[in-house]
Every structure is written in C-alpha cells, then in structure tokens.
Design a protein around this ligand. Structure first.
Ligand code: TRP
Ligand code: ZN
Length: 470
C-alpha cells in the first residue's frame, strides 16, 4: 500500500515538472492523480433500493458486543475490513442501529452522517482503489425491530428470555453496520458477552466460551463467506447439544428448554437429512451445522441463517428439512437480487418434497399434483403472481415456494432425472459461496440437457397463469 502511494506521488511530481505552464492544475482524473468520488449509496435492487453500497467489497466483519436482556442495552464495536474498488472520498454503510459513539477509518476518526439506513462516512485520508481499509464503528443503545414489506418483523426481536435475530431480507443493519447486499459476502466473527446463564448462538464454529465475573463471552467464527441477511446471534436460555453426523459434520443445536420435547423429532432427523441432501446436492458446504429453536411467537417464521437455521417455534421435520436444504441453496449459492427469490425458496421447497419421498412420505410427483400445488384451479389467484418477479410483498408468499418447486419438478420431467440431478449438484458446486441469477440457471439447464428451454422457462417463470403445456 505504502509503496504504491509513493509511486503515484513520484509520477505526479514528474507530470508537474513537464507541465510547468499550469503548475497548480493537477486535478482529479488527470494521469497519475486519483479521481476520488463517493461510493454509490445503492446497488439498485428494486425491492430494497437502500440496500448495499458501491465503492468497496467487504472481506470481514468482526462484531464485539455486550448485551443484557434485562436492560435491552447493547454496547458494540464492529470492525469492517473492506477492499476499495474505486478511489473514494465518501462511502456508505447500511445501519439502523443505536447511537454511534465513535467511528474511525483506519486509525483516523471520520466524519459521518445518518439518514434512514444510510450511514455516510467521509474518510480522511481518502481511500484509494485497491486499498484494504478498516472501518471501526462503536455504538450503544437498543437495536430496533425492522418491519418488512409483508408486515413481518426481523432484526433485533426481544423474546421473554433474550433476543431472536433473523436478518432476511433487511434485518442485519438493525444491529451491525454492514454492506447489506446479498452479493457482498464476507467472513464474520461475533464476540458476544451476556449475563452468565444466557447462551449466544452465532453462525459458524464456537471458538471459545468463557465466564468471568458472572458474564459469559461467546466467540463465533463464520469462516466461509456469508451474506449479511444470514447472520444471527440469537440469545437466550438454551439447552445445547453437540454431536457429529456419521460423515463427520459437527452439529450444534440450541433449543429453548420449553420446546425440547416438541422439537425432539425434528432435531433427531438433522443427521439423516444432512446425509441425504449430501448425496443428491453434493457435500454439505460448511464446517458446522445445527439449529436454533427459540420461542418468538411474534416472528412466526423460520430462517436459514448460515450453518444454524433459526426457528421461532418448534419445527416440523419438513420445516427442518427446508431450512437445512437452504444451506446449499440460498446460503452457499445465494441469489444476487431479491426478485430471484425462487432460486432460494423454490429449491428449498423442492428439496423438502424429495426428502418427504425419501423418508417414506408422499412422492414428489404426488406433492406436485396436490391441491396446494398443481392441483389448484386455474382460476386461483395463486397463479396471478409472476414467479420471476413476485414483488417485495409476495417474496415470502407461496409463489416462490410452491410454484418455484413445481418449476423444478416440471424441469426434471422435461430433461430427465440424470440431467436434472446433475444440474442441481453442479449448481451447488459451481456457485459455492457465491451468487447466481435466474439467467445463470437457465443457461446451466440448457447446457446440461442440450435442450432449448426458452419456452419451458417462459411458461413457468416469466408468464402469469397456470402452465398447461411446457
Ligand atoms: N427464508 C425463510 C424460509 O424460507 C422465510 C423468511 C425469511 C420469511 N424472512 C421472512 C418469511 C420474512 C416471511 C417474512 O425459511
Ligand atoms: Zn425457505
């Protein structure tokens, strides 16, 4: 970093020497002079235009906090390590959290302003393209609950014994400053200190758990890249169980003591589900698996937080299978824009159909035919939402889930089992830890099958109405 700055300075001096007539005119954009500008404040996702920012690529988040459920006060410092992709005199982060008490870029305090979820930072010295820089943000107070376009809640949701922390699609900025785009994955470390007796469950592996002065600190490390919306640090009273699957995947489950009995069947099937999915989707993508089963009745949904899905009540086996399938489809291979939500939900739902068949229940074909799926009347309003672009209010409606799964089952019929199962396995391998789009999927399906699938995908994805021929 230092040597390249010296080179630029030397070049600028040389240029000045040959342009003696206009000695003071070295301007941004001149050869040898960096053109500093503001990183984009949006990545233009039409569903969540405030999400994400340009000008840099986050590599790592290191989030240290103390939290007491009794006072609901968080005292936090988040260190973001990012790589600049342009010369920047300003950049944005997404943050909805409490009052910022200090903000530094590198070692230098930086000016900032806040407006909605935009945290606008003015780094001095400015940041050069190619530079790795850190942003250290300290903040104190109570993180907010975020309300989604469909009325559901996420972010920092207090429970009667702690906090339930779901982040999809826009909850992460509630409690940490982030580049809140599903396309900017990074590694994460969470260092959380809570009153002794409370358990904090984060993504990835538990590096340490130490108790001192009636407080316990949990350090969780997500070593594989993760999208911000998949982060969690759910905390409360939990019964923790650690085990290993037959193929060696460590499993950490945390269950609210009141839900242990009701959850037992779903928890017991975790190893079987992971082993089955590994055979059809390829190796489990992370170095840790598990589940967090909490009591958060006002949330009412489960979420595929990376390595440890979170459940707001005791899950059924099929809900467990759905969230575990997301570890391949959604978490390891992540959508790039939210209108492609069927790539997450359709895949996880179809995986559940396959699990149901595998475990002795209805066949995938029978589920396809059922009255909640293809058996719906053509006049049903179900068919009137576009799968390729359901809109922010319907992104978690049954369209991406059920029509998405039907699309995959219909595709399997169209291209045959061999091509279909190769397609979904390759999809997981080719985009592991990355992002993908519907266009990428269509291309892969055509390549593997050798068929032109334009009219197939047109009917299932890009047209409203109940498909009749494909
Ligand atoms: N992705 C979750 C799942 O399928 C569901 C989900 C996440 C959700 N965020 C939501 C549902 C917000 C409703 C509202 O398991
Ligand atoms: Zn899902």
């Amino acid at each position: 970093m230092k040597s390249s700055r010296f080179r630029v300075a030397a070049l600028a001096a040389a240029l000045l020497a040959v342009t003696q007539v206009h000695p003071a005119l070295a301007a941004p954009g001149d050869p040898g002079e960096p053109r500093y500008s503001a990183g984009a404040s949006s990545l233009d996702d039409p569903y969540f235009p405030d999400q994400g920012n340009g000008g840099y690529d986050v590599q790592d988040y290191d989030v240290t906090f103390a939290y007491d459920p009794a006072t609901k006060i968080m005292n936090a410092t988040t260190v973001i390590t990012a790589l600049a992709t342009q010369d920047m005199d300003q950049f944005n982060l997404d943050f909805q959290g409490p009052e910022i008490t200090s903000l530094k870029v590198g070692k230098h305090p930086a000016d900032f302003t806040r407006s909605g979820q935009e945290l606008v930072v003015t780094p001095r010295p400015k940041v050069k393209s190619g530079q790795t820089f850190t942003v250290t943000v300290s903040y104190e107070g109570t993180p907010p609950v975020i309300t989604d376009p469909d009325g559901s809640i996420e972010g920092w949701v207090p429970t009667d014994d702690g906090v339930f922390v779901p982040g999809e699609p826009q909850g992460a900025p509630s409690w940490m400053p982030v580049n809140d785009s599903p396309a900017d994955k990074a590694t994460f470390t969470f260092r959380a200190t809570v009153p002794e007796g409370i358990t904090v469950v984060g993504n990835g592996r538990l590096l340490s758990q130490t108790t001192e002065d009636a407080k316990t600190t949990f350090v969780w490390r997500s070593a594989e890249p993760m999208a911000t919306y998949l982060a969690t640090v759910t905390l409360g009273n939990f019964v923790v169980t650690e085990s290993t699957t037959p193929s060696g995947i460590p499993v950490y489950t945390a269950v609210d003591p009141r839900l242990v009995t009701q959850s037992a069947t779903a928890v017991a099937r975790i190893p079987d589900i992971l082993e089955y999915f590994s055979t059809i989707f390829g190796p489990y993508p992370f170095n840790q698996a598990g589940a967090i089963i909490d009591r958060a009745p006002n949330v009412g949904y489960a979420l595929e937080s990376q390595t440890k899905p979170i459940f707001s009540s005791a899950p059924s086996v099929s809900t467990m299978a759905h969230e575990l399938a997301h570890q391949w489809y959604g978490d390891s291979v992540t959508l790039s824009k939210w209108s492609d939500i069927w790539l997450n939900e359709g895949f996880a739902t179809y995986a559940t159909w396959l699990w149901t068949e595998h475990s002795g229940g209805a066949t995938a074909q029978a589920t396809f035919n059922s009255s909640s799926n293809y058996g719906r009347a053509a006049t049903s309003s179900f068919w009137q939402i576009l799968l390729a672009d359901p809109g922010p209010e319907d992104m978690f409606s049954n369209i991406p889930y059920n029509r998405g799964a039907m699309t995959l089952h219909a595709l399997r019929g169209k291209i045959g089992d061999t091509a279909f199962f190769k397609l979904i396995k390759d999809w997981a391998a080719d985009h592991q830890y990355g992002n993908a789009t519907t266009a990428d999927f269509i291309k892969a399906a055509e390549k593997i099958s050798g068929q032109n699938l334009t009219s197939f995908f047109d009917v299932w994805l890009f047209q409203k109405g109940k498909p009749t021929t494909w």
